[in-house]
Ligand binder design. Sequence first.
Ligand code: 13P
Length: 251
Amino acid sequence: MAAARRPLIAGNWKMNGLVSEGRALTAELMALLNRGARPFEMLVCPPATLVSTISTAARGSVLLIGGQDCHADAKGAFTGDLSAEMLKDAGASAVIVGHSERRTLHGETDQTVRGKAMAAKRAGLTAVICIGETLEQRDAGKTLAVLEAQVLGSVPEASRAANVVVAYEPVWAIGTGRTPSPDDVAAAHTHIRKTLAQRMDNADATRILYGGSVKPENAATLLGLEDVDGALVGGASLKAADFWAIATAIG
Ligand code: 13P
């Protein structure tokens, strides 16, 4: 990994965590982070109901807080939605956009995701833009073409490394315990970076995370790959010890 890219270990809690659970997990992570400087940044993305609580609890620590989704508009008649500005106001510094669960279960297209990434930039949040192929696409040999189309469709023009992170999450690897081979992950990340260069000047400085069944057991292998700049972790981010083990696998 290029020295300029500081690794990012991000936890996506998905729809998990009541106030008491979120507070306890945050306290454990802060205690670990407070032991000393680490060569990575750590971000947790709790459910929206916890963003404010956890941001307040994490004040003064290096733990970063993010949302899991946002609307493209700043405000308006969108019942149930949240704007990037609201997440920022609640203490977030980042937001995940285009997670495969949003793309699949909520019909989000690359264009929708792009609008959300632009909203994140407008609000001063880092957008963690998720992309990834389905098993069917992989089996048809279309992985790199799918990733390329998703990058070009989802990443806004003139993005900067400071406000965009890309997360490569093969849909078939999410929550399944299966991961692509290290060679396949490396090839995907290299291709994503090459494609990103069409969207931004500093693609070399942009962090590309791997996500999908990252566990303490496979973290060192995945995070040790050339163009892998961190991880977006689902299930294993709900246990402080596991999440920490993944983070520290980075060295
Ligand atoms: P798992 O780590 O549970 O496979 O989830 C990955 C994910 O979707 C993170 O956004």
